[in-house]
Design a protein around this ligand. Sequence first.
Ligand code: GLP
Length: 233
Amino acid sequence: MQVIKVADKVAGSQKAFEIIATGMQANAKVLGLATGSTPETLYQKMVDSELDFSQTTSINLDEYVGLTADNDQSYHYFMNQHLFQYKPFKNSYVPNGNASDLDAEAKHYDQLIDDNPIDIQILGIGQNGHIGFNEPGTPFDCGTHRVQLTQSTIDANARFFANEDDVPREAISMGIASIMKSKHILLLAFGANKADAIAKTVNGPVSEDCPASVLQNHPNATIIVDEAAAANL
Ligand code: GLP
């Protein structure tokens, strides 16, 4: 695992942008995308760039269960707002959290990933070390699946909702096994509230207690951290 330390979120997002641009020049055709506040500056840089995504496929990590794509808290909506409305992709996939059969949707999503192998997967990280919505304790061999969110994730994401009761309790997420199939994984972490999770990810034992620690087993994982997130390394 390669760790790149940068001064701040802007520098980290620039570095991530350069990795994506270079990857696309080298023929990366499928990008795995994440939501949350962490990749927002990266997406802004992609929007402001000359890059053309019309021949690129995007596959998002996760979606809340029970929110429609036009709900302003859904990850579908987030991606449209921050990226897709400005930079249309050839195809953009986000799990359907409103599917009547979520297990069938999960299977379908893993098939989609097998049919469109991800060249570069962008990840944020939860304060408890989750990636996508793979909470601590999720088996590493898990494919896309339905998830019960932990209270810590509900609390962390409540800031985006009018009140905590509105935060969905469930999500559908690419599994750790699905994420690990990506050829290159690029995890971004900015801010002091990620410092513990980053220390466990980089230096801790590879353990389901910290899902992101699995990246130590990936042949091509890059972690971009700002000074605050790197404080405990
Ligand atoms: C959510 C998302 C994750 C994201 C995490 C951190 O739980 N499912 O993909 O990495 O939040 O969010 P933020 O970047 O806002 O700190």
